[in-house]
Design a protein around this ligand. Structure first.
Ligand SMILES: O=C(O)CCC(=O)C(=O)O
Ligand SMILES: [Fe+2]
Length: 227
């Protein structure tokens, strides 16, 4: 409790996406920290390496999209990196709770480590939940809403959730790679020369505010119909 979140701040120990007293809470807690230079010394190396992995992935994604890598990378050179250490205690009534309710991440990319190899992460495909088996020392790479927007829908963010185990605790570390405040997020210019823009351009904080003030409920609506 010494590092509990202060109201309206994400950083610290607690839970995210709480919008009402009546809401059924997820069966899990987190410690949310910001990474990159100047963060806790024990986190700094890990955080810097995550940044490098993310940049390599972005180069490949740019190539795949046929877009200018410099332009895409420019969004990430001074990224904001959130590191969320998730702890899911065992639950005797595991089938009645969720560790993390269905959602897509508000990031560009999420690098997720399933720390103690207890299964729990599932993603949604064709209305079915598909478990993601933990592979020792391997990252799960999740596409987030921001990459969906930047890529004008070529990459789709993935809806996922975490279930809990009746006997074993589960730990995961998610790193969220996002843009700094003030960045305008919209489809990359060279992707909307011939195709029309499928998403509005919004400042990142506006987009994040809309997401954080709504209850986690599947995929966040980010298309033109919503804004
Ligand atoms: O614990 C997991 O595997 C998933 C956690 C997650 O989706 C998140 O923290 O955004
Ligand atoms: Fe997530």
């Amino acid at each position: 409790m010494a590092c509990a979140q202060i109201p309206n701040h994400i950083e610290g120990y607690g839970q995210a996406f709480i919008v009402s007293e009546e809401q059924k809470l997820d069966w899990g807690v987190m410690l949310f920290l910001f990474g990159l230079p100047g963060c806790l010394p024990t986190l700094e190396n890990y955080s810097m390496e995550l940044h490098n992995v993310m940049i390599q992935l972005m180069k490949l994604i740019a190539k795949n999209l046929g877009t200018d890598p410099e332009k895409l990378l420019s969004f990430f050179e001074d990224e904001i990196q959130g590191i969320k250490l998730n702890y899911y205690p065992p639950c005797p009534e595991a089938s009645k709770v969720l560790g993390a309710s269905p959602h897509s991440d508000t990031t560009a990319l999420t690098l997720l480590l399933q720390v103690n190899e207890v299964e729990g992460l599932q993603f949604n495909r064709n209305q079915k939940w598909v478990p993601v088996k933990p592979i020792p020392n391997a990252f799960i790479i999740n596409i987030g809403d921001v990459l969906e927007i930047l890529s004008n829908g070529e990459y789709k963010s993935v809806v996922h959730r975490a279930v809990v185990n009746p006997e074993k605790e589960r730990l995961s570390i998610a790193s969220f790679h996002c843009q700094k405040m003030g960045t305008q997020i919209g489809p990359l210019e060279d992707l909307v020369q011939t195709n029309k823009a499928l998403y509005k351009t919004l400042p990142i904080e506006e987009f994040r505010r809309l997401k954080m003030t709504s209850k986690l409920d599947g995929k966040f609506m980010i298309n033109k119909d919503r804004f």
